[in-house]
Design a protein around this ligand. Sequence first.
Ligand code: ZN
Length: 437
Amino acid sequence: MENSGREIVVRILLLLFIFSSVWGAKLHFKLYKKESLNPSNTLLVIGGVHGDEPGGYFAASFLVKYYDIKKGALWIVPNLNFDSIVKFRRGIYGDMNRKFAAIKESDPDFKIVKDIKEIILSKNVDLILNLHDGRGYYREKWENTIFNPYAWGQACIIDQKEIDGCRFGNLNEIAQKVNNALNKRLKKRHHAFHIKNTKTKFKDEQMRLSLTYFAITHNKPALAIETSKHIKDLATKIYYQLNAIEEFMKILEIEFERKFELDVKTINELLNNDLGNIVINKNSVLPLKNIKKSVGFFPITEKNIRYESNDPLVTVIKVGKNYAIYRAYKKLTTLYPQYFKPDCKIKNVTFVVDENKKYIPIPSIINVKKSFKVLASKDIRVNVIGYSKKGFKNENGIEIEKKECQERYSIDKLHKKYRVEFYKDKSFCGSVIVSFE
Ligand SMILES: [Zn+2]
């Protein structure tokens, strides 16, 4: 009895171990370093510790996409709790922001927390910002259930007034400066920012487990910026977050160039229209704006799909046999794969685009006004998806116009973009997207 009992316990433990490693976070965050040659301070901005607070992580993604640093350095983690961002939940493995004092090795967030702690403690980092969208509107005095001292929204959060003998340790003064700047640029009066001092060491047991408290107890100044969950317009939240971050950069003498006007309308346009591209297995590319809900017979050469996107919130999730492409919590499309050998590698292909001969790198997206023609070497089979001509199995050397392509094969909802794929025997060599005007 005793023996078999022990065996069962061992088996359960083994199962738990297997589950915990299988159920470990699937997506890891990425650190983007923007460093100039002019030395100054380094600001570390962390977005997405909570997956249902998009103002924070979209603002961080804007830093990655549209800011250049001219003096000092900006380090950005836009997608700390990426699994939870995709699900739009605070934390699918529990609250990540309560795991910074202690975390078990079996916790799915273990590696993420360990790795971000290392970055926080890096000797380069001078100040850390943790971005959130909080409940209600913080006010020092109780006004009602939305505006009150227990709310978190529209506030700079500090754990204590200062950290003794620490550069940028004057947290209260810094928060005051940032709030003053923000309050000059409010969209509505009730959006006013305030300082919320959680007095963590003496009063807030829960906050002692947080990222910022971990930082300040290791002599690293850290604050949180909270926009309000009650502000429904995402662009408005991003606007406040970016205004706050820019003010922090000023305080840290970090100089930057922003590639857009900092107003809600422009942010909204970028948010909805600049979805960027995704490159898959280095041989295919997909433009993500207006992409159809599904893309069939998508050639895949590696089962462990590799991808890169110029949008840090874009990711690929395997769902059954298919691949779903997400941008944050929004599913953009599903790829239905068809597997090919990866043996063929070609760097570029000759195209005639509107009568001009061009060498087109693989993969890439090319704009076509009227027609295009591929001039690949004879051993390459060219397949323009959506085009067919009786008696031809290879579209190499055929001039093709938009009206000859069947709309149901386009990759976009506007029926302007088509895949041109290259094969050699049974291997997939890569593809080019032709985008008609
Ligand atoms: Zn939060």
